[in-house]
Design a protein around this ligand. Structure first.
Ligand code: CP
Length: 339
């Protein structure tokens, strides 16, 4: 069973194909001509944490493709409480065509996937956020200078080594791009992620830089990217983290001015405005944060089509007519037909 848990599970060409599909589906949708490729399909959406973009984009994507999504909000289903994950995963798999899950722990997602008989899509864990970064690189392709290739692009992530940072590091290096993580030493990408990035670069020709110098890092950036400085469960560390990042690692007008004049500002959102980035930068004419957020919808459509469409049973018309006739005869014979 192929799941979408980590961009590392896919080759550069598979990821490029996915981005081409995003472009095709986005264009069709914008022209009101999106085919109902997932008619009759259902997506179970399990959330252990709140979400705006991931929840809305997956649900709307299913509707636009002719399918249906069930929002299973935090605390609404048994997930390792009153029922083990295996039973939940097996049962939901019998009723839906794919499962999207946002889990607090990456291990919960892996356990769900190990027991599922339908594709499982990672909607963010404490380790990574693959659907976000497929959308991000697609957005970069839309907003890059026309004379640049994907392999020319320099992406500078400023801030904490979040789950989004992990996925962006892995996606960019896999795609042959040039990725820099800028943070104070103790908040930099851990060695295990760096190794994955370096191995990717050895295959793709990309590069990975880890530094604590934001001004130097952004000097030749095409895209600046930041994310929250603290995450769920790190509330006790807020004063310490704020002291470590502020003001040197805040993406503000001064840091943005140090980047090239074509550089674009990105943020996966939600943002803590005035903390990791200022309003001036988030609302700057070269900020693409809302294009990026919209592209979650188009990216989810492509991911759903890639994983669900090939698995849908497409019965021939004769078989559909044969079943319809038998069912109709039964209904008529048992007084269940319309008067
Ligand atoms: N970027 C992102 O995943 O946003 P949500 O938490 O709103 O889904």
């Amino acid at each position: 069973m192929k799941h979408f848990l980590d961009t590392q599970d896919f080759s550069r060409s598979e990821l490029m194909d996915l981005m081409l599909l995003i472009g095709l589906l986005k264009r069709a949708d914008k022209q009101g001509a999106l085919p109902k490729l997932l008619a009759g399909a259902s997506l179970g959406m399990i959330f252990e944490e709140p979400s705006t973009r991931t929840r809305v984009s997956f649900e709307v994507a299913m509707t636009k493709l002719g399918g249906h999504a069930l929002y299973l909000k935090p605390g609404e289903i048994h997930l390792g409480v009153r029922e083990n994950i295996k039973d939940t995963s097996q049962v939901i798999s019998r009723m839906v065509d794919a499962i999207e899950a946002r889990t607090l722990k990456n291990q919960t997602l892996l356990d769900l996937a190990a027991n599922a008989t339908v594709p499982v899509i990672n909607g963010l864990t404490d380790y990574n956020h693959p659907t976000q970064v497929v959308c991000d690189v697609f957005t970069m392709l839309e907003h890059k200078l026309p004379e640049k290739e994907l392999s020319d692009l320099r992406v500078v992530f400023i801030g904490d080594a979040t789950n989004v940072c992990a996925s962006l590091l892995m996606m960019c290096t896999r795609m042959g791009m040039h990725f820099t993580h800028v943070a104070p030493a103790r908040y930099q990408a851990p060695e295990a992620w760096q190794k994955i990035g370096r191995d990717n670069c050895a295959q793709s020709g990309g590069s990975l830089t880890i530094t604590d110098d934001p001004l130097a890092a952004v000097r030749d950036a095409d895209f600046l990217y930041t994310d929250l400085w603290w995450w769920v469960g790190q509330e006790d560390e807020i004063p310490e983290r704020r002291a470590a990042f502020m003001p040197r690692y805040q993406v503000n007008a001064e840091l943005f001015a140090a980047a090239p004049k074509h550089a674009k500002m990105m943020h996966c959102l939600p943002a803590s405005r005035g903390v990791e980035a200022t309003d001036e930068v988030l609302d700057h004419p070269r900020s693409i944060i809302y294009d990026q957020a919209e592209n979650r919808l188009h990216a989810e459509k492509a991911i759903l089509v890639k994983f669900i469409y090939p698995r849908l049973r497409k019965a021939p018309d004769e078989l559909k007519q044969w079943h319809a006739g038998r069912i109709q005869s039964f209904l008529t014979g048992h007084g269940l037909d319309l008067p």
